[in-house]
Every structure is written in C-alpha cells, then in structure tokens.
Design a binder for this molecule. Structure first.
Ligand SMILES: Cc1cc2nc3c(=O)[nH]c(=O)nc-3n(C[C@H](O)[C@H](O)[C@H](O)COP(=O)(O)OP(=O)(O)OC[C@H]3O[C@@H](n4cnc5c(N)ncnc54)[C@H](O)[C@@H]3O)c2cc1C
Ligand code: SF4
Length: 455
C-alpha cells in the first residue's frame, strides 16, 4: 500500500528547503558584477529580453550608485521586473546572449542585478509611477495574472480607469499560485502586486470569474475595451484509464496548495513519487515533493532530453535536487491496491521513420504511491463568447491575436498564456499586457473616439 503522509522532515528542514534558491547580491557584489558589463551599443541582451529592458543602462546606474534610476529603467519596460528577475530563464534570454558568454563562458549576472535594483526600490518604499490624467475611458481586464496586471498598470498610467476581474481570492496569477516556492521566497509576489496597484485608478474585483459571475457581453456593454488574460485553466489527462484511483494528482493543483500553505509540514507527500511530463511544471513538482521529504522522485518523459520544454538549466536543477529523469517512456497503466496507486507501468518509445512517436512494446514499472500529471494545460474558452460569437481560437485551442494583441472581436484584446504563439513565460505575459494596453490606448484615443471598430 502507498505511504502518503505529512511531517516527513524535522520542522527546521522545511524552512531550509524552501528558502530563496538564489540569495540576493550584496551591494559590494552588485558593484563588482555591474563592472563586468561592457555597456554594449546595440546590446544583444536587450534584443533577447521580451520586454526590451535597457539592460546596459540599468547596469550602468547600479555601477554609479543609482539603484533607483536602475529600477526605473527596469520597471518602465517591465512592471513585474522584480519577480521576472527571479523566475526568468535568463540563461536562454538576456544572459544567454551576453557577449561575455562567448569570451569567458560566464555572462554578466543580469537577473541578479535586476533583482538587486528592484529589491532596493521596494525596500526603500519609493513609488515611481502614478496614474495619468483621466481619459474618461473604462477598460475591463479579465484575469489578475502577469498579463492582466501589466495591462492594467500601463492603462492606468495612460489615464484609463481599469477594473480587474479575478476568479481567485488573490491577484498575481501563477506568480502567486504556480511558480516554485523557492524561486519567489517570502512575500515578493504580493509585494510586487501591491507596488503595481499603488499606481492608482485600478479597481480589483476578486472572486469574480468571467463566464460565472460576469459575461463578456456585459463587459462589452459596460466598458470601452476588454483585455482577456485568463491564462490556461484546465490540465491535460494522462491519456490512459485513470478511474477513481487515489494517489494520482494534478501537479498544478498540488503546487497551488503548496504555495498557499502556512505550514509546509502539514502537506502530505508520498515516499515514491512519479511525475509524468517534461516541462517546468514537471521539474517544479518533482523538486518540491523531494524537498517535502519524498524518498524517491522520478520524472518520466515520453521523448528525449532535447525535446523537453524545461530548459537545460531546469533539468540540471532537478538532478541537483536528486531527481531521476527517465526519457522515451509513456504511461500504459496504473497498478493499484485497494483503489490506491502502487505503481505505474510504462512502455518505452521511439521515433519511427516518419518522426512519429511510437511504442517499442517493451514495458517496465515504477513503484509509486503518488503520481503527478504535469503534461500541459489547456485554455477554458467557454467564457469567451459574446452574443453567440466566440473569440477566434487557433488550431491549438488558444486565442488568436495579431501583433497588437487584438482578437477577432472588435474591442477585445488578449495576452499571456491564453493566446497562441506565446512563450508561456511570465515575462512574455507581461509584454503582451503592455503591448495590448498601448494598442487599446491608441484605439480609445482615435478610432473608438470616432465610433470605429478595430476589427
Ligand atoms: C508550475 C508552473 C511554474 C512556472 N514557472 C515559471 C518560471 O519559473 N518562470 C517563468 O517565466 N514562467 C513560469 N511559468 C509560466 C508563467 O507562470 C506563465 O507564463 C504566466 O503566469 C502567464 O501569465 P498569465 O497572466 O497569462 O496567466 P496566469 O498567471 O495563469 O494568470 C491568469 C489569471 O486569470 C485568472 N482567471 C482564469 N480564468 C478566469 C476567469 N474566467 N475570470 C476571471 N479570472 C480568471 C486566474 O485565476 C489567474 O489569476 C510557470 C507556470 C507553471 C504552471
Ligand atoms: S551583452 Fe552583456 S556585456 Fe553587453 S550590455 Fe548586455 S550584459 Fe552588458
């Protein structure tokens, strides 16, 4: 029988295991690190940043003892620059293209410097932004995640009155409910939200879900424009018979509970944990269950290492945490005893001559008292209907938008994870929100004012 229980570790170990994964730079360290920057003209790190932060400019300000100016450079482009400094895969974005990487294999620590400047600002309690002169226009934002909040902040700065409709009890989206606890240790996600909302002219309505408490048609009637930033609300199944088996969990749901837990010792965790998936969620649930005291944690992915959507650094991080990653295997069957999972049977896979994933017929089992599904999320598009017309979805089932983040319905914009073609990263969601706000603003001041539609 399975062994799922709480209090697996001595009390002091929980705090240690969930402390800041990458402690902040001291002032002296920040000065030394900023001195390593060449302040490149046409800097490749800026091009690689989805929000186009002027990285050499903010690093120069740190080097000259002006952290406030540095924070302003960062937050002007990316209002969630503090959480992004902690969660961005910098190794494939800004730091991945830093010219110093080519020369000496170690890029400037852009993420850590960004954190240094934004932490300084929050600690100093300096508010850099205030809402603009009232435009008389009202915009509804659906979803209080990075996309929605970024859009709301920029709209408020441009003088529009914003109302955020958020289904959950708190805003913040996956920064608050999803990202690994040790990446955003302490209350940084909520501190950032408070800073952002302090701009003024943003009303937040929590516990208000589009499709349940309010309809798109009503928002279209009551507001001049609507932004959809609802993220992805549903999780994919394993593709095998799951039945009423205990011990099988949706990774996102468990992480949400973990992120909101006051007492980590109270969280039940198995002895043998199997995680099925190959992305950031799989890595996060694996590392966090291990840190909650699981003995043996294995990630099983159906394709090869090079196909995993978790970056190389994330995969290394999992291995540093003692996680085993098995590739080229897909689940076939849950083995149970008294309706509780005891093992998972897998089949080895390979690519056939046409590049299609096929089973080899060879099978093996892994003992498991806890199995996590971490195989991607999908959009819940039901609420995106207005007057019988639905916002156009792409073949992959996400909202289709143009480069200004306009949807197929006039007056409705969208961004973040719910739209097609995105990177599914916090920083990309923030950029979507910002770009949508700029487009909404231009439309409200020109076409809409003249009674035209964007479509
Ligand atoms: C486990 C996990 C770990 C991750 N780790 C990282 C990481 O380390 N680094 C990184 O860059 N990215 C990470 N990501 C991805 C990142 O969190 C997302 O790309 C980002 O949060 C997307 O922002 P969003 O605003 O589009 O959606 P979300 O953050 O999902 O926010 C959507 C908001 O809309 C609300 N909502 C949903 N439906 C409705 C409705 N009908 N009405 C009203 N409100 C609604 C939700 O409650 C939520 O608050 C991770 C994702 C997951 C799942
Ligand atoms: S590429 Fe590297 S060295 Fe050049 S400006 Fe960016 S951080 Fe500095």
């Amino acid at each position: 029988m399975g062994d799922i229980r709480n209090n697996r570790l001595p009390p002091e170990e929980y705090a240690r295991n969930f402390a800041d994964a990458h402690p902040p730079l001291t002032r002296a360290q920040a000065l030394v690190e900023s001195d390593r920057c060449y302040f490149c003209y046409d800097a490749p790190c800026v091009t690689a940043c989805p929000t186009a932060i002027d990285i050499p400019s903010f690093i120069r300000k740190i080097a000259t003892g002006d952290p406030k100016g540095a924070a302003k450079d960062i937050l002007t482009q990316n209002i969630m620059g503090s959480v992004c400094a902690r969660v961005c895969p910098t190794e494939v974005l800004c730091e991945g293209s830093c010219v110093r990487t080519a020369q000496e294999e170690r890029p400037v620590k852009i993420g850590a410097l960004q954190r240094y400047a934004t932490d300084w600002l929050f600690d100093a309690g300096v508010q850099l932004f205030k809402s603009g002169p009232a435009s008389g226009k009202r915009v509804a934002v659906v979803g209080g995640g990075p996309a929605g909040l970024s859009c709301a902040h920029r709209l408020a700065m441009l003088g529009h009155a914003v109302t955020v409709y958020e289904a959950r009890a708190k805003v913040g989206g996956l920064n608050e409910y999803g990202v690994a606890a040790y990446k955003v240790a302490g209350d940084i996600a909520q501190r950032e939200v408070e800073y952002l909302l302090a701009v003024g002219n943003i009303q937040v309505r929590t516990g208000q879900a589009l499709g349940r408490d309010v309809a798109l048609a009503q928002l279209r009637r009551d507001y001049d424009a609507v932004f959809l930033g609802a993220g992805l609300g549903a999780v994919n199944g394993l593709g095998i018979e799951e039945g009423a088996v205990s011990g099988v969990f949706d990774a996102i749901g468990y992480i949400e509970t973990l992120r909101q837990a006051r007492d980590l010792a109270a969280l039940p965790v198995g002895r043998n944990v199997v995680v099925i998936g190959g992305g950031m969620t799989a890595i996060d649930i694996a590392c966090q269950t291990k840190r909650l005291g699981a003995d043996d944690v294995t990630i099983v992915y159906r394709r090869g290492e090079e196909h995993m959507s978790a970056s190389e650094k994330e995969q290394d991080w999992a291995q540093t945490n003692g996680i085993r990653i098995k590739h080229w295997s897909r689940p076939q069957r849950l083995l149970t005893e008294k309706s509780a999972v005891t093992a998972v049977e897998f089949e080895y896979t390979r690519l056939d001559a046409d590049g299609k994933l096929v089973g080899t017929g060879e099978r093996y089992t892994l003992a498991a008292d806890m199995v996590f599904k971490a195989i991607g999320q999908t959009l819940v598009a039901d609420p995106f209907i207005e007057g019988g017309r639905q916002v156009l979805l792409t073949r992959e089932g996400r909202v289709g938008v143009d480069e200004q983040r306009r949807t197929s319905l006039p007056g409705i914009w969208a961004g973040g994870d719910c739209v097609a073609g995105g990177q599914d990263l916090t920083v990309a969601a923030v950029e979507d929100g910002k770009q949508a706000a700029l487009s909404i603003d231009a439309w409200l001041r020109t076409a809409k004012a003249k009674g035209a539609s964007h479509g």
